[in-house]
Design a protein around this ligand. Structure first.
Ligand code: ATP
Ligand code: MG
Length: 141
């Protein structure tokens, strides 16, 4: 999948992404600092029905949002592993549990935990094309 979008088209791009991603619950977001990982994840969460504010998890590595879609509330995990220094630290923080939970799990800076991701992960790359323009590309590993 390849999506090119301006900031003003973000919501549409997020909806398109989710449609094409086919409901894959585990998604790893790659891309340099400021490429738009958090911004895109926030749009995706909003599109999925999260009503809370989605920002970079500042203190916790793991943020959990509740998705109230009528029946049993579902969870979305948002991980930002930028500050994590080892696979061991990530495991101690509970990253594996999030990944194996079957809940939607959106991961920024996933490189260090590649061994935990398994075959079902969807990888997405964000690239800066201009001040307001980004390209998102996906491929399975
Ligand atoms: N089309 C776009 N999509 C996403 N973000 C955009 C776009 N155009 C401009 N931006 C801006 O780029 C910045 C992206 O910052 P963001 O925090 O989302 O990046 P990040 O990849 O999560 O960085 P970090 O690695 O530090 O977590 C925001 O200020 C956002 O408003
Ligand atoms: Mg971020």
């Amino acid at each position: 999948m390849e999506l090119v979008f301006d900031l003003e088209d973000l919501d549409r791009a997020a909806a398109e992404f989710w449609k094409e991603a086919g409901g894959t619950p585990l998604i790893a977001f790659h891309g340099e600092m400021g490429s738009g990982k958090t911004t895109f994840i926030a749009a995706l969460c909003a599109c999925l029905g999260v009503r809370e504010l989605v920002t970079s998890p500042t203190f916790a590595l793991i943020q959990e949002y509740l998705l109230d879609s009528g029946g049993e509330p579902r969870r979305i995990f948002h991980l930002d592993l930028y500050r994590v220094e080892s696979l061991d630290e990530a495991i101690r923080a509970g990253v594996e549990d999030c990944i194996q939970s079957g809940s939607i799990c959106l991961i920024e800076w996933p490189e260090l935990i590649t061994p935990l991701l398994g075959p079902g992960v969807l990888h997405a790359w964000l690239e800066v094309l201009g001040p307001q323009k980004r390209k998102l590309t996906t491929r399975l590993p």
